[in-house]
Design a protein around this ligand. Structure first.
Ligand code: GUN
Length: 285
């Protein structure tokens, strides 16, 4: 079996064309959607991600407001910046790029973002909403994975899903979003003994561990759908996922490539959340 390629870049492009129309309608009504992006410090990977997010905003007509803040910024100054953005009516979404420097109280930062502007979905209210089904904004990467599965007509209900990786950004929200769609979900992580014993049972395997080639063909059930969320830079500069793509493609029925799979969907869902927030703001006027 050679797996069908799940093309995230292509779906992202189609969705973004639709966003141009939605943003156009908002602008005609006198409201330009705005996203504020805060980058603290000069981590090169974070700078690349932030640049990508701002360019994507521009492409669909969302105004972006960048705050590049020094790594030495105090908690109080950073919280003050967020409070300002919360009060700014031109800003409909606020994103603080993670990770933050050690001395910054990340939990406090995320809780300071106004829930109605929390387009990353990291505020405790939104995290809790994922558990209870009252979510305002879903975190972008798992939301993008769900969109990909839906677009590919891959059934979720009743399926055995194994999520490898239990981060707050991907693994945990991913598991909750798939549970909400009635999948049977197992979560594995760095301390899981005999990972293969779990992954082999997966009808849908979502891998977000940050370990190149963690998933080899022997760990995958024939015909499984494999979603690779990993983005790893190899010593030679190439980008690779967490899955042995060539090997696993021979066993899976469908698989996401890296790059060009989940990555473009993450930014797309950020745009979607920002537009949704702006539409909500307009409805309130
Ligand atoms: N760092 C890695 N992924 C993300 C993300 O989706 N949002 C933010 N804010 N930071 C990240």
């Amino acid at each position: 079996m050679t797996a069908r390629l799940i093309n995230g870049a292509s779906l992202a492009k189609t969705m973004r064309r639709g966003f141009v129309d939605r943003v156009g309608k908002l602008r005609e009504s006198g409201l330009t959607p705005g996203l504020a992006v805060i980058l603290v410090g000069d981590d090169p990977a974070s700078a690349v991600y932030v640049g990508r997010k701002m360019r994507a905003c521009e492409e669909v007509g969302i105004r972006s407001f960048a705050s590049y803040l020094p790594a030495t910024i105090s908690n109080a100054e950073l919280l003050g910046r967020i409070v300002e953005l919360n009060a700014n009516p031109e800003v409909h979404g606020i994103l603080v790029q993670l990770p933050l420097p050690e001395h910054i109280d990340m939990a406090r930062v995320l809780e300071t973002i106004a829930v109605e502007k929390d387009v990353d979905g990291f505020h405790l209210y939104n995290v809790g909403g994922l558990v209870t089904g009252n979510v305002v904004f879903s975190p972008c990467t798992p939301y993008g994975v769900v969109k990909l599965l839906e677009h590919e007509n891959i059934p979720i209900q009743g399926q055995n899903v194994v999520v490898v990786g239990a981060s707050n950004i991907v693994g945990k929200p991913m598991a909750l979003m798939l549970m909400a769609r009635d999948a049977t979900v197992s979560i594995c992580h760095a301390k899981t003994r005999d990972l293969a014993q779990y992954t082999i049972l997966a009808d849908i395997l979502v891998v977000a561990a940050g370990v190149p080639n963690l998933i080899i063909p022997q760990m995958v059930k024939r015909g499984a759908v494999v979603i690779d969320v990993g983005i790893n830079r190899l010593p030679d500069g190439r980008i690779t996922g967490d899955v042995d793509f060539a090997g696993v493609s021979e066993k899976a029925s469908a698989i996401t490539p890296v790059p060009g799979g989940v990555g473009p969907m993450t930014v797309t869902m950020l745009l979607e959340n920002t537009i949704k927030s702006a539409e909500h703001a307009l409805a309130l006027t």
